[in-house]
Design a protein around this ligand. Structure first.
Ligand SMILES: *[C@@H]1O[C@H](CO)[C@@H](O)[C@H](O)[C@H]1NC(C)=O
Ligand SMILES: *[C@@H]1O[C@H](CO)[C@@H](O)[C@H](O)[C@H]1NC(C)=O
Ligand SMILES: *[C@@H]1O[C@H](CO)[C@@H](O)[C@H](O)[C@H]1NC(C)=O
Ligand SMILES: *[C@@H]1O[C@H](CO)[C@@H](O)[C@H](O)[C@H]1NC(C)=O
Length: 808
């Protein structure tokens, strides 16, 4: 592990920007982990792959930059600091005030925020740490502001009052893709944050509205009965014969003094239920559109915490799911309730807070994605952007071709405050002057507004939007904000656009799509040429890793090892409830009866790469990682043994003798396979080639059977040295340790570290000969046959003569 700080101090991870290497430039930015985050297997996988690729490019002589960074993670960080504040000082953020709260967050960040960086170093990641960027740094914030202002001035960012996905727990809007769709097959009780008892979902309640001035009833049905308090109409199909006589009629709301029109709209499905539908324009996406079409009243019945407003007592101020029960009871009391039945349905759940998402009418900022989405789709269609593996293309096109505008307002305090100001003009001649302008500062916004309304600046009153931007907005410009965009910096010239983006396929839309769209929009260039998406890591049984199953593997535990008791203790520290802790303990006991053995970073990295075959999920088995630790031991012993044989005074000469053609042929074949593997992102191809060469060819055959007879010392040396270089991107630590012990060809000129040697390439190692391989294979078969014959006839202890007859 000590090599890491030496590598860093020597500047091996720094790209040479003054004289970029003519072999090309490799640039990749890290998917910035959350500042609140701690290392999990997802990071370990991403970093194993990305580091291995970066090291490979670097060893090929390209000017290579892997840029680190960290995300301010709006919601997650705010929640962490809020909890800390409550725990330590018994205060809410509102009691502290916005300015002070933000200072608290910075304080927390400065104390705790670099933990994840230290953990990434443990994985051996060859990142250029001097370039580490935090999305709230002034450089990146400046870029965020610029991006917003340019897109707002252009009309790509606009303000609109629409139904947003509201999380009452977060007190914030969330984007469409942060909403999980939970499918229910019928009546289901679900836990909801803030409620002691589970809440009923998946049922359809029918009830009646009385028609004004008659005894007739119109029966409607809903899965969210509490929303009837916000109903302002009933809709039927224009051609429905059952309702023709109700044209122009009204129905009466049972709980408030409200007459509601019966509207005729062909969105209604005549064949569903009674063919009559209740309309709640302010709380349902379909009803919203009906409300727009028929000029209905929009009554908002929920406040930001999910309490009922604008409704009559006793419902006023109730929590929304308590109102669900109360409304049902009141309908029963008035004889308006008809029936309740199971109803398969989809419930929208907030992926962050697990609260049930409520559609709420709010003015928010949106990014118009129509043109950008089309450009992003075209870039993939015309081949200028490659997505690997290509089975993700279908999802990419599906999403891009049906893209919806992106709501970027978040009602949080921690994040980039939206640089937009609400303008009021105190000019008697323009009574109606109000508008939004954006600006880098209040002064700039004021001047902009004065110009737009053609008044002097002193007539302008401004109020900055209270909201902050969706965290993905700043992540979306990460590939160029880290280089000082919009300024024309040298870094931007050299390193933008980047080469590759590597990440999990689960954030293809959250992040990759946004980077592509915003890169094209703001820089006119694709931010990278290729996107490589890796699969999800699961446990050995193929189950998703989750705390409550007890199957979560902490990469640091794999590196250093941990006892079963140690694993149990981690559960006790988590915030699982006692029942779940017990279940998780059982899970740990059956999966890791003896805890997790110490495997080391190299074995973990090698295992993760070996598992990463395109497309398939990764079912990680700790025993397999342990197997690669044994491989490290084997490597160690082989080199030790070889060095002893070579002796202290061995000096490798410049030129090889090609006496041992077979092992050199196998080495060349391994070089070829690694080269092809790296180029095709075929990581198991690489690990298999290296593993087979070291273990089955060099150790099992060459070292123990051939070498002793031949003393082809130089050949042996070449195998060791080249074999280590092949392996170095995957197992940087053990290969460095062993490389440092090998004698050098030219001690003065040879690179000081294996991580800056050249990667063995197929031009240099072109001794692969199929003929030699075949001959050797034949000899091996003979040896194997003799051995098994001796075993079969119990001759292992006896000296036996062998004769071989060939038949033709
Ligand atoms: C809704 O109102 C607008 C203007 O106020 C009017 O032009 C339109 O005809 C109305 N639509 C309906 C369906 O009443
Ligand atoms: C978004 O952009 C498209 C294409 O430029 C335009 O047709 C559409 O009206 C815009 N949408 C909004 C809501 O401004
Ligand atoms: C970009 O230019 C602005 C204006 O000249 C300057 O204030 C800012 O510090 C520069 N930022 C970077 C990262 O160079
Ligand atoms: C190889 O090394 C062995 C052990 O040091 C030595 O006896 C032998 O002469 C060497 N052979 C060559 C070809 O250098």
């Amino acid at each position: 592990a000590a090599w890491y700080s030496w590598w860093e101090k020597q500047g091996f991870f720094k790209p040479e920007t003054e004289n970029p290497n003519p072999r090309g430039i490799f640039m990749m930015c890290i998917p910035p982990p959350n500042v609140t985050g701690s290392l999990h297997l997802g990071h370990a996988l991403t970093n194993a792959i990305q580091d291995c690729l970066t090291r490979w490019h670097r060893m090929r002589g390209e000017t290579s930059l892997w840029n680190p960074g960290c995300d301010h993670a709006g919601i997650a960080t705010q929640v962490v600091v809020e909890k800390k504040l409550m725990r330590e000082r018994g205060m809410s953020r509102h009691e502290l005030g916005r300015e002070n709260f933000i200072q608290e967050v910075w304080k927390w960040k400065n104390e705790k925020g670099d933990r994840i960086y230290h953990q990434l170093k443990k994985l051996g990641s060859s990142l250029d740490w001097d370039r580490a960027c935090f999305t709230m740094d002034s450089k990146l914030s400046y870029a965020v502001q610029e991006a917003f202002i340019r897109m707002h001035d252009e009309g790509v960012i606009y303000r609109s009052k629409r139904l947003v996905n509201w999380s009452c727990t977060l007190n914030s809007a969330i984007s469409d893709i942060e909403v999980d769709k939970k499918e229910l097959t019928g009546r289901t009780l679900l836990p909801v944050p803030g409620y002691k008892e589970k809440v009923e979902f998946g049922v359809l309640v029918s009830f009646a509205y009385k028609v004004d001035g008659s005894d007739e009833e119109v029966i409607v049905a809903t899965t969210r009965i509490e929303t009837m308090l916000g109903d302002t109409a009933v809709a039927v199909h224009p051609a429905d014969p059952r309702y023709q006589h109700l044209k122009g009629k009204m129905v009466l709301h049972p709980f408030c003094d409200r007459k509601m029109p019966i509207v005729f709209d062909d969105f209604v499905d005549m064949n569903f239920g009674t063919g009559a539908v209740k309309i709640t324009p302010a709380h349902d996406h379909n009803d919203y559109e009906v409300g727009e079409r028929h000029n209905l009243t929009f009554i908002n019945i929920l406040d930001e915490n999910g309490l009922l407003i604008n409704v009559p007592p006793p419902f006023l101020g109730m929590k929304r799911f308590e109102a669900r029960k109360a409304v049902l009871q009141s309908l029963k009391d008035r004889g308006l309730f008809k029936e309740i039945k199971d109803n398969p349905m989809v419930v929208p759940v907030c992926s962050r807070s697990k609260d049930i998402v409520e559609p709420l009418l709010k003015p928010q900022w949106y990014v118009n994605c129509t043109d950008m989405g089309k450009q992003a789709a075209d870039a993939v269609r015309d081949g200028s952007l490659k997505i690997i593996p290509d089975h993700h293309l279908k999802t990419w096109f599906n999403w891009m071709d049906n893209i919806r505008d992106w709501c970027i307002s978040r009602q949080l305090w921690w994040g980039h405050r939206i640089p937009a100001y609400f303008v009021t003009v105190s000019d008697p001649s323009d009574m109606d002057g109000h508008y939004w302008v954006s600006g880098r500062s209040e002064e700039e916004a004021r001047e902009k507004a004065a110009k737009r309304f053609n008044v002097s600046v002193d007539k302008i009153t401004l109020r900055q939007d209270e909201d902050v931007l969706d965290t993905w907005f700043s992540s979306g410009i990460f590939p160029f904000s880290i280089f000082g965009w919009p300024n024309e910096t040298q870094d931007l010239n050299v390193f933008y656009p980047g080469t590759l983006l590597e990440t999990g396929h689960d954030i293809l839309f959250f992040w990759v799509a946004r980077m592509v769209m915003m890169g094209l929009k703001l820089t006119g260039k694709l931010p990278f040429k290729e996107v490589y998406l890796h699969a999800v890591v699961r446990d050995a049984h193929g189950r998703k890793m989750s705390k409550s199953l007890g199957n979560v593997i902490d990469p640091l535990d794999v590196i250093t090892g941990i006892s079963l008791e140690g694993l149990h203790a981690q559960l006790t520290d988590s915030n699982l409830d006692p029942l779940e802790v017990e279940k998780a303990k059982q899970g740990q006991k059956s999966d890791y009866p003896n805890g997790i053995p110490e495997c080391g970073t190299d074995a973990l990295r090698f295992a993760l790469c070996a598992y990463t075959s395109q497309g398939r999920d990764i079912n990680l088995d700790v025993n397999r990682i342990l197997g690669y630790r044994h491989f490290c031991n084997k490597l160690w012993n082989a080199v030790k043994f070889a060095m002893k044989t070579l002796g202290d005074n061995f000096v490798p000469l410049e030129k090889e003798s090609v006496s041992d053609r077979w092992i050199l042929s196998r080495l060349s074949a391994a070089v070829g396979l690694c080269d092809a593997g790296f180029k095709a992102y075929d990581f198991p191809g690489i690990t298999t080639a290296i593993y087979n060469f070291w273990l089955y060819e060099l150790c099992d055959v060459y070292l123990v059977r051939i070498f002793e007879k031949h003393w082809a010392n130089l050949t042996l040396y070449t195998c060791l040295e080249v074999g280590l270089r092949l392996l170095s991107p995957l197992m940087p630590f053990v290969t460095e340790e062993l490389y440092q012990r090998l004698p050098r060809r030219q001690p003065q000129r040879d690179p000081p570290s294996i991580c800056v040697t050249s990667y063995p390439d197929t031009e240099e190692f072109c001794w692969h000969s199929e003929e030699v391989d075949r001959d050797m294979e034949f000899i091996m078969t003979v040896v194997k046959t003799i051995r098994s014959l001796r075993a079969d006839y119990n001759l292992t202890k006896t000296r036996a003569d062998c004769e071989m007859a060939t038949t033709s």
